[in-house]
Design a protein around this ligand. Structure first.
Ligand SMILES: NC(=O)c1ccc[n+]([C@@H]2O[C@H](COP(=O)([O-])OP(=O)(O)OC[C@H]3O[C@@H](n4cnc5c(N)ncnc54)[C@H](OP(=O)(O)O)[C@@H]3O)[C@@H](O)[C@H]2O)c1
Length: 248
């Protein structure tokens, strides 16, 4: 059991399919968790009440709004007295065939890059003073297998996740030794969204995966908890949680 007692964490996109599981994993390990939301305030309130432990904090943290992120940092300081763990999980995408460049219009590209890439930098910038102050802060960026395989919902999304892995390296160098920075890169995860896709397609994806199944949100949460609490000599690298899918 990895112990995160007395640790204070912020998960952005905490009400999403993966964010919920990550927040639950951190809380189960003993952390107090700030549940960052964009629009889903009511879901964040409800989630806070169901997590193990006490003192979890629903928190407005829209990652494309730097002023709001500064306010969120102030709220964490006031409520938690500091921050040990930042999980940059907020992310968006839209399905668009890779060859259909007309369908991938500038607005979609801008939105994806603003949330998935600029959001990681902006949230890191806002939370850095608190993470620095602990002397052993951790940032976990939720990347994707798409960063490595260039297969995913659309080409801008794949590029955004490659950028996240690159940010993990440069931030790890720039913020060391006080803050470690790691990417956790899931393959296809069996969230509600994926469960709604055709069973034949999901079976095919599982069959192409050496470990024979899709990831569950808990697999990703376990990797985040390990990155935060166990891998204390690791920084600037990518932890794949993909069942070996790129080998299949
Ligand atoms: N699911 C997968 O198979 C999979 C695989 C690899 C990587 N990932 C990555 O894992 C992360 C989470 O994915 P998911 O499946 O949990 O997605 P999801 O269920 O669609 O949830 C997305 C989350 O991002 C938040 N968000 C969107 N725009 C935001 C903004 N501007 N500011 C702050 N938060 C914002 C949403 O908050 P609101 O609802 O409040 O707007 C929501 O909580 C993403 O980075 C995704 O790329 C997912």
């Amino acid at each position: 059991m990895i112990a995160l007692a007395n640790k204070r964490a912020l998960v952005t996109g905490a009400t999403g399919g993966l964010g919920k599981a990550i927040a639950a994993g951190l809380a189960a390990a003993g952390a107090r968790v700030a549940l960052g939301y964009n629009r889903a305030g009511a879901e964040a309130e409800a989630l806070a009440a169901t997590l193990p432990g006490n003192g979890h904090l629903p928190l407005c943290a829209p990652v494309t709004d730097s002023a709001a992120l500064s306010e969120a940092a102030g709220r964490i300081m006031a409520e938690f007295g500091g921050l040990d763990i930042l999980v940059n999980c907020a992310g968006i995408t839209r399905f668009c065939p890779h060859g259909d460049l007309e369908a991938l219009d500038d607005a979609i590209i801008n939105d994806i890059l603003a949330v998935n890439v600029r959001g990681v930098i902006a949230c890191t910038r806002a939370m850095r003073p608190m993470l620095d102050a602990t002397g052993r802060g951790v940032i976990v960026n939720i990347s994707s297998i798409a960063a490595r395989t260039a297969m995913g919902s659309n080409i801008a999304y794949c590029a955004s996740k490659a950028a996240v892995d690159n940010l993990t390296m440069s931030l790890a160098r720039a913020l060391a030794p006080k803050i470690r920075v790691l990417s956790v890169a899931p393959g296809l995860v069996d969230t509600e969204f994926v469960k709604a896709l055709s069973q034949d397609w999901r079976d095919e994806q599982a069959a192409r995966t050496p470990l024979g199944d899709l990831a569950r949100p808990e697999h990703v949460a376990d990797a985040v908890v390990a990155a935060a609490g166990l891998l204390t000599y690791s920084t600037g690298t990518v932890i794949a949680v993909d069942g070996g899918r790129p080998l299949g």
